[in-house]
Design a binder for this molecule. Structure first.
Ligand code: SF4
Length: 235
């Protein structure tokens, strides 16, 4: 599948995306690297199962894949441990993008525990702005979002235009289920975040993440007790 020119239309992307329905994520990633070369990077939170699978497939077909993550200063020790394991397992050094403000500077400027007062603003400062820096100059990015993670993600394409960050967004596991991910993880002995064995299903900042109970959707443990369900990167 080829894009018609270097600035694909949304219709081009929809058509490519539809062509990948039913494809293995490896096929999507091979197309992504062939199409965008060095102008694409893989974003990982080093939290959920999706990112672990994506990284494993990507590293096997493109050992020099660019990988980045957002170090909000509030990541769990288990998340940092997985990043270290990634370095050892794949020989890839994920690049950290950080907020401009330290937690102390943020508290001085915007008030203590901004995540309790205005979590959207906190995510804007600690995630969205650093993500924009990470994507500057790229033509595409790769994410691990999936349709079965909750209602806000139920219609994501495998390939789509990212209106917020203004580049192509590739979601190679958008159409995969949680069961498919875990089957891949166990078959391929993929390293994953240890918190996933402790009741957590989606892992972000320590301040805003809790384990989930039976029957709760995958992202129910994020910003628990609030209307907020997304950090602003994907919706
Ligand atoms: S997840 Fe919570 S602590 Fe992290 S950036 Fe968003 S509001 Fe702030």
């Amino acid at each position: 599948m080829a894009l018609v020119d270097s600035q694909p239309t949304e219709s081009d992307l929809r058509s490519v995306s539809q062509g990948f329905e039913g494809s293995h994520p490896e096929e999507v990633l091979r197309w992504t690297f062939a199409t965008f070369g060095d102008s694409v990077a893989l974003a990982s939170s080093f939290g959920g199962a999706s990112g672990a699978v994506l990284l494993d497939i990507a590293a096997k077909i493109n050992p020099s894949v660019k990988v980045f993550y957002l170090d909000t200063d509030f990541l769990f020790p288990e998340t940092h441990a997985l990043i270290q394991k990634t370095v050892e397992r794949y020989g890839i050094t994920p690049v950290a993008y950080r907020p401009e403000l330290t937690p102390e500077e943020q508290a001085a400027l915007h008030g203590q525990a901004l995540w309790t007062q205005d979590p959207d603003r906190c995510c804007e400062l600690r995630k969205v702005e650093p993500n924009a820096h990470a994507l500057a100059g790229l033509d595409a990015w790769i994410t691990g979002i999936r349709r079965d993670q909750g209602p806000t993600r139920s219609e994501v394409g495998i390939v789509e235009w990212d209106h917020k960050f203004k580049l192509v967004k590739v979601n190679p596991v958008a159409h995969w289920s949680k069961q498919q991910l875990w089957s891949y993880i166990f078959t391929n002995k993929v390293p994953y975040n240890a918190l996933l064995d402790q009741g957590y299903q989606s892992i972000g900042c320590t301040n805003c993440t809790r384990p989930t109970g039976a029957g709760e959707d995958e992202r129910a443990g994020r910003w628990s007790g609030r209307d907020k369900v997304e950090c602003g990167l994907h919706a």
